[in-house]
Design a protein. Structure first.
Length: 201
């Protein structure tokens, strides 16, 4: 049982605080004067609040870094959206915008292993159709038959006392759960119940 209940603004702040520990974030909300607009009251419709990215490099070399045996790059591009009430059309809009922005950042090549594009939506409420769409959504693109890596797109939704994610988004779900309920998250992963939960995720 997830034990949390926050306003949209509080939930977004907690999520961004955790993501900022590993991701480079960029605020996407500015007013005409150039100031950051942080009020949720001013954006009842779907709004891109922040974006972020994380890059990882792996490799193995022989004696010297000049003699690389193999090397690979992984990237994740995440987009944080805010809306009062979420509809299926809003989910499709968030996915389309995050896909368009994320794909512009991906550079397929021999070193590219994978890239993930994630849309995270924080809402007060959501249509059942929107939640069902999120729980079933899957999208993957291969570059040159995966020789130049692949791209997976995922989506997550944070509601009061509830988190929903698309298939294959367990790491994102873990981060969101920890953001909302860090003590409960740790407790759920202790002992035999936590071991079984990890084993069958």
């Amino acid at each position: 049982m997830i034990n949390f209940k926050f306003s949209r603004e509080e939930a977004m702040e907690r999520i961004l605080d955790v993501y900022s520990r590993w991701y480079i974030l960029k605020n996407e909300l500015t007013t005409a004067s150039g100031r950051v607009d942080s009020s949720t009251d001013s954006r009842p419709e779907l709004t891109l609040v922040q974006s972020g990215h994380m890059d990882e490099e792996e490799g193995q070399y022989l004696m010297s870094r000049r003699a690389m045996i193999w090397e690979a790059e992984s990237h994740e591009y995440v987009y944080f959206f805010d809306v009062a009430h979420l509809t299926k059309a809003d989910v499709e809009k968030a996915l389309a915008e995050s896909y368009e922005r994320g794909m512009k950042c991906i550079v397929p090549g021999p070193k590219h292993r994978c890239s993930y594009i994630a849309a995270i939506i924080v809402a007060d409420s959501a249509d059942a159709e929107a939640i069902s769409y999120i729980k079933k959504y899957q999208k993957r693109e291969n570059f040159k038959m995966s020789l130049h890596g692949w791209m997976d797109q995922m989506v997550g939704l944070v509601l009061p006392e509830k988190i929903e994610v698309s298939p294959g988004s367990k790491r994102m779900e873990d981060i969101l759960e920890y953001s909302m309920d860090p003590d409960g998250y740790k407790a759920r992963r202790r002992g035999i119940k936590g071991f079984i939960r990890k084993l069958f995720r």
